[in-house]
Design a protein around this ligand. Structure first.
Ligand code: NCD
Length: 310
C-alpha cells in the first residue's frame, strides 16, 4: 500500500487534507510508542536526507537529523551556508537539482518566503519546508498540533490563545490552519504593529473560525485551554528601534498562570528570549520542552510518509 503522502512535498499547512493530517498524527503516535519502547527501526535504511539550512536553526535541524537516524537513514548536510555555493551566487533551482541526485528527501530552511516551493518545483524528490522566512513552518505546526492533542487529550472544543509576533511568526501562520479544522476558538494576542496578517484572519473567518483579537494577554489566558507564546522575530524587523520597543511586549509569569484555568497548556516553539519567565517551567502545564521533544516522532512520520517508508 502506498502512503497518501508518498512523493509529496510538505510546504504549507492549508493545502494538507484532513486525511493527510490524520495519517501524520497517527504515524507520529506509532513512532513515538516505538521510540518509548526502545525498538530499533529501519524504515529509512538506505535512504538519504539532505538538510539545506540557510538560516539559523537548532531544534528543526537536529530533530530532523535525529528523526532520520532513528529510522535507520543517513543525513547529509550543509554545515554552514557561508561555505556552500549559495555564497557564490548559485540559484536555488540549480542547488536543489544537484542535491536531488544525492538524496531521497530534502529538508530546507531559507530566509525568503516561498523558497521551499521554488525548490520543490525544481525537483522530483519531496521537499520539506523547515521554515521559509516569515512565511510558513508546517512541520512545527504539525508537532504543535500533536502536542496539543497529547496535552489536552483532544483538539476539539478548545480555546487557544496565540501571543506575540503574529505578523512575522511563521509557526503561528501554519498552526492556525491546522487548528481551524477543529472546533477551536482562536484568540490572537499581539501589539497592534504585530497583528496576524489580514489575509490569514480573513481566510480563517471565511472558513467559519471564531477569532478574537486583543492586546491583553492576562485576560486572554483566563479563558484559554492553551496559550502559545512566540518570540518577537528580531531578524524580520527593518527598524531596530521598533524591535526594541516591542520586544518585551509579553512576558508570561507565574502570577498570570495562577489566574488562568488550572489545566492550561503553555507552549512556545522556542527559542524563548524572555517571553516566558523560567519560574513557569516547573508548572505541570508548561509543555514547551515536551513540545520540542515531540519534533522527533512527528518528523519521523513526515520523512517516512513522503518517501513511502512508513
Ligand atoms: C521557530 C522558527 O524558526 O520559526 N523556531 C523553531 O523552529 N522552533 C520560532 C522562532 O524562531 O521564534
Amino acid at each position: 500500500m502506498t502512503s497518501i503522502l508518498q512523493g509529496k512535498s510538505i510546504l504549507r499547512t492549508d493545502t494538507l487534507t484532513d486525511e493527510e493530517l490524520d495519517v501524520i498524527l497517527a504515524t507520529a503516535d506509532r513512532f513515538e510508542k516505538a521510540l518509548k519502547a526502545g525498538r530499533r527501526l529501519d524504515n529509512m535504511a538506505g535512504q538519504v536526507m539532505a538538510a539545506m539550512f540557510f538560516e539559523p536553526s537548532t531544534r528543526t535541524r537536529l530533530s530532523f537529523e535525529a528523526a532520520m537516524h532513528r529510522l535507520g537513514g543517513d543525513v547529509i548536510t550543509i554545515a554552514d551556508p557561508k561555505t556552500s555555493s549559495a555564497a557564490k551566487g548559485e540559484s536555488m533551482a540549480d542547488a536543489v537539482r544537484v542535491i536531488e541526485g544525492y538524496a531521497d528527501v530534502i529538508v530546507m530552511r531559507h530566509p525568503r518566503k516561498g523558497s521551499a516551493k521554488e525548490a520543490a518545483d525544481a525537483v522530483a524528490v519531496p521537499v520539506i519546508n523547515g521554515g521559509d522566512g516569515a512565511g510558513q513552518h508546517p512541520t512545527q505546526a504539525l508537532l504543535d498540533t500533536f502536542t496539543i492533542k497529547k496535552e489536552q487529550g483532544t483538539l476539539d472544543g478548545l480555546t487557544v490563545s496565540l501571543a506575540g509576533d503574529l505578523k512575522n511568526g511563521r509557526t503561528v501562520h501554519s498552526l492556525v490552519y491546522l487548528l481551524a479544522r477543529f472546533d477551536t476558538r482562536l484568540v490572537f494576542v499581539s501589539p497592534s504593529q504585530l497583528r496576524m496578517p489580514a489575509h490569514i484572519t480573513d481566510d480563517l473567518q471565511a472558513k467559519g473560525v471564531e477569532i478574537t483579537e486583543t492586546e491583553d494577554l492576562s485576560k486572554a489566558m483566563q479563558e484559554s485551554d492553551v496559550v502559545y507564546m512566540t518570540r518577537i522575530q528580531k531578524e524580520r524587523f527593518e527598524d531596530p528601534e521598533e524591535y526594541e520597543r516591542l520586544k518585551g511586549a509579553y512576558v508570561l509569569d507565574v502570577a498570570m498562570v495562577e489566574q488562568a484555568k488550572s489545566d492550561i497548556t503553555i507552549m512556545h516553539p522556542l527559542p524563548r528570549v524572555n517571553e516566558i519567565k523560567t519560574d513557569v517551567d516547573g508548572y505541570a502545564g508548561a509543555a514547551y520542552f515536551r513540545q520540542a521533544h515531540n519534533g522527533v516522532p512527528v518528523r519521523m512520520a513526515l520523512l517516512a510518509l513522503v518517501t513511502g517508508r512508513e
